[in-house]
Design a protein around this ligand. Structure first.
Ligand SMILES: Cc1ncc(COP(=O)(O)O)c(C=O)c1O
Length: 373
């Protein structure tokens, strides 16, 4: 009944006349089958639910975007190639080893389709980031979900044990979302070296540039030296460019050719300008990292003071045990003016809160104290 009502409303909003409803079945068959990736946040709420970086983009990136507006009537192929070469130089690899996309989310989708086809099995942590697994599911792929260990980190030995003849990919999110935990650097590298002999290992490093010891932790060198490894990065997080949509992944050339064949878009000139400026703005990166870390440390101190169990975080968010159903916590925080992360099954009494601006965090801390009192 409800669904019917929604469909009617949808037809109405689409500007269709009453007579047109006669064609509804055909129209409905064309309606999107998947839910929107993100649900819009209500007006007036402090938005601490999508792990965005409210400090960014860098002033240099904003200036570059303004300059890019005038020539934006042109296609940006040359600029896209120049950005590809800059990224390759920064990563220390060939441009042919890089795939760029509209956010790393597009690359996760394409990888999910690629490795999920033919009923491929993808070994991943639980809970973890779902985009790649959801894409695989849409083409018949199967997720093999391995619970996190007691520290809420990826259980690498259990993941290795789950690799079998149908495994097409291992997906590691480092730092993990929603927990924010990182894998031990040496253990992860040993795992990746060993498992990439058996299957492809995909490491999603969306938040890794926020950690203090990025160089020690990144697995990109393993992809660059030709192993069966993919490392994905995004400009959405540390660089504060979530709405500009740019991410990339480093991988073996042959796989890059296969994934590029499944991509459909090209990049925006304005986004390319912002990314190029950001990559050349080392000072901003240092500042952004320090600001996010300060917010993260303060939030950890707050939940500790309240006696909550929490996962040791390295990203721009904190995951902690609320002592109540998370749906209640979400509703109470919303009533106090703060939108926090969605529920993450099976940890349904834990909440994820992203780091916002200092004034937003002040409100958030007050709200947490009030809700958990
Ligand atoms: C672990 C992880 N990977 C990838 C993404 C996708 O980000 P984007 O598509 O903005 O690059 C997100 C977004 O929240 C994420 O948490």
């Amino acid at each position: 009944m409800n669904t019917l009502l929604n469909r009617r409303q949808w037809l109405k909003t689409a500007g269709l006349t009453v007579a047109a409803t006669a064609f509804a079945p055909r129209l409905l068959a064309q309606a999107p089958v998947t839910a929107p990736r993100r649900i819009p946040v209500g007006p007036g709420l402090v938005r601490l639910n999508y792990n965005e970086n409210p400090f960014g983009p860098a002033p240099s990136a904003k200036a570059a975007m303004r300059t890019a507006i005038d020539p934006s009537f042109r296609y940006a192929d040359a600029e896209e190639q120049a950005l590809l070469e800059l990224i390759a130089a920064r990563e220390g690899c060939r441009p042919s080893q890089i795939v760029m996309g509209a956010g790393s989310g597009e690359i996760l989708d394409v990888a999910g389709f690629h490795f999920g086809l033919e009923k491929g099995e993808i070994v991943a942590a639980h809970p973890s980031y779902m985009a790649l697994l959801n894409a695989a599911d849409r083409v018949g792929g199967k997720a093999v979900r391995i619970p996190l260990n007691a520290r809420l980190e990826h259980d690498l030995p259990a993941m290795a044990a789950a690799v079998g003849p149908r495994t097409t990919l291992i997906y590691i999110v480092n730092p993990n979302n929603p927990t924010g935990t990182v894998c031990d650097a040496a253990e992860l590298k040993q795992f990746v070296r060993g498992q990439s002999e058996r299957t492809t290992v995909f490491i999603d490093e969306a938040y890794l540039q926020m950690t203090d010891n990025f160089a020690e932790r990144t697995c990109a060198p393993l992809a660059i030296e030709g192993r069966n490894v993919v490392v994905a990065r995004t400009f959405s997080k540390l660089y504060g460019m979530a709405g500009l949509r740019l991410g990339y992944a480093v991988m073996p050339e042959k796989l890059a050719v296969s994934l590029k064949a499944r991509m459909t878009g090209s990049l925006s000139l304005v986004t390319i300008a912002a990314a190029t400026a950001s990559l050349n703005d080392a000072a901003y990166v240092t500042t952004a990292r320090a600001r996010l870390k300060a917010g993260r440390d303060a939030l950890v101190a707050e939940v500790r003071k309240l006696g909550c169990e929490y996962a040791v975080p390295q990203g721009n968010f904190v995951f902690f045990k609320t002592g109540m159903p998370v749906t209640d916590f979400i509703a109470k925080m919303r009533a106090a003016g703060v939108e926090v992360g969605r529920p993450f099954p099976p940890m349904l009494d834990w909440a994820r809160i992203s780091i916002g601006l200092p004034e937003e965090m002040e409100l958030c801390h007050r709200a947490i104290r009030q809700v958990l009192a």
